[in-house]
Design a protein around this ligand. Structure first.
Ligand SMILES: [Zn+2]
Length: 145
């Protein structure tokens, strides 16, 4: 962490995709080759790469019900809906519990809005946290993860 309080959130990890820093477990974790193509971490989408990577990491490492839930969801043919629901819960947890971290590292509303399938509750929270008045419908659906 540098003297300004901000820290590196994405770092190169050749030959793999860039790693991301998880503020929940305070560790560097694997990034995703796929996500590094969707959100090139060397450019303005670095924050989206970080959020999407944290969501994937969080789903598998921080939520113990997730793997059981996947089996349940698959049996009822609604895995995608289940995943969207869980992803949105994680986005809200990041916004609620890590907002200072986001601000310190220049992760802003644009980085959240670029993610797919933001639901109504998440959009309301984005509006409230970033003091915005964005329309709740019509988000882009750039990718699935
Ligand atoms: Zn973690």
């Amino acid at each position: 962490m540098d003297s300004a309080g901000a820290q590196e959130i994405v770092r190169d990890a050749p030959p793999g995709p860039p790693e991301i820093y998880c503020p929940f477990c305070r560790k560097w974790v694997h990034g995703s080759q796929y996500l590094s193509g969707v959100f090139p971490p060397g450019g303005p989408d670095r924050g989206s790469y970080w959020i999407a990577g944290i969501i994937t990491h969080y789903r598998h490492e921080h939520i113990h019900y997730y793997n059981r839930g996947v089996g349940y969801a698959a049996r009822f043919h609604s895995y995608d809906k289940f995943k969207v629901l869980v992803n949105n819960r994680i986005k809200r947890r990041i916004l609620r519990q890590q907002f200072k971290f986001l601000k310190a590292n220049n992760i802003n509303k644009d980085h959240f809005i670029k993610l797919s399938n933001n639901d109504r509750e998440t959009m309301i929270l984005i509006n409230s946290k970033f003091k915005l008045n964005l329309k709740i419908k019509g988000q882009s659906r750039l990718f699935e993860f």
